[in-house]
Design a protein around this ligand. Structure first.
Ligand code: G
Ligand code: G
Ligand code: MN
Ligand code: NA
Length: 252
């Protein structure tokens, strides 16, 4: 309960912060985007999202928190767009609780107030979120895409979506879950699953992003398999803004 009350006040007290994890593009050999990951600088220290997002979802607080995340990420990406000649996309995680018709308005407003080009905003949704209401989700994705934003399917391969839904939903990117990447290249099943996901995605005209890329062997395998982008500790951890900017000034 103490946690819930603290969480309730965290927005007003400005205790949330976004860290940004770079996403590396194999074709250009450079960072072309990032994922925004929420952190809570609470009175008792830094709190990671797995320790407060579930509570924020149960209490509905994820709706205003998620609105803040959207606005903050769009404004930050716009600042980067102004500072540099090469555009960086920003990916924002969307919780199932936030995924309702009002989200379209929140996204529209965040884009308008920041002035960010819509294609630079990527919304990350999960299979389970989409599958809980297939028709409603398909409609909502169409509306979000009509704003010009892009949609990524997060943690792909761990949920319950059948491949048929890849066609049905308006998607732009698949994020290959890190549990598959972990086993590359020794685990033949993980390697085969990863290659197959990349092949299917290519045939469906979807970009692929590998998550949890930690080793040179992961990088070499993914590059050879035709994966588009990689994200993980091999490149960078999620970074606070000043460190992210320092990283962008270094050569990839
Ligand atoms: O670094 P990491 O511990 O940041 O994130 C852990 C989990 O928390 C991830 O599964 C991620 O999807 C989720 N998460 C991180 N930031 C956000 C956010 O802004 N909104 C939502 N809904 N989930 C987030
Ligand atoms: O939204 P999603 O569940 O994809 O969130 C990504 C999560 O993975 C975050 O908690 C982030 O900190 C974490 N992460 C990012 N890169 C790596 C990595 O290379 N290895 C591991 N183990 N975790 C990572
Ligand atoms: Mn994500
Ligand atoms: Na993920």
């Amino acid at each position: 309960l103490a946690m819930e009350n603290n969480l309730r006040h965290a927005l007003q007290q400005n205790e949330f912060e976004l860290y940004y994890q770079p996403q590396f593009c194999f074709a250009t050999q450079s960072v072309i985007g990032c994922e925004a990951l929420l952190r809570w600088n609470s009175a008792s220290g830094l709190v990671m999202p797995d320790r407060f997002i579930p509570l924020a979802e149960e209490t509905g607080l994820i709706v205003p928190i998620g609105g803040w995340v959207l606005r903050e990420a769009c404004h930050q990406a716009k600042r980067w767009q102004t500072m540099s000649s090469k555009p960086l996309s920003v990916a924002v995680n969307v919780s199932a609780v936030q995924f309702r018709p009002e989200l379209v308005d929140d996204v529209r407003k965040a884009l308008a107030s920041s002035g960010l080009e819509p294609h630079l905003l990527v919304l990350e949704v999960t299979e389970s979120l989409l599958m809980s209401d297939v028709q409603g989700s398909a409609l909502l994705l169409e509306q979000l895409r009509a704003l010009g934003t892009r949609i990524a399917l997060d943690d792909f391969g761990t949920g319950y979506a059948s491949l048929a839904y890849l066609k049905r939903f308006a998607l732009d990117k698949l994020k290959i879950d890190r549990t598959f990447i972990m086993g590359i290249p020794e685990d033949k099943d993980d390697s085969a699953i990863t290659s197959s996901i990349i092949d299917i995605a290519r045939h469906l005209n979807l970009e692929t992003v590998a998550e949890g890329v930690e080793t040179r062997a992961h990088v070499d395998f993914l590059h050879a398999a035709g994966c588009h982008q990689a994200q993980g500790y091999f490149f960078d951890r999620p970074l606070p803004v000043p460190e992210f900017e320092k990283r962008m000034r270094e050569p990839s």
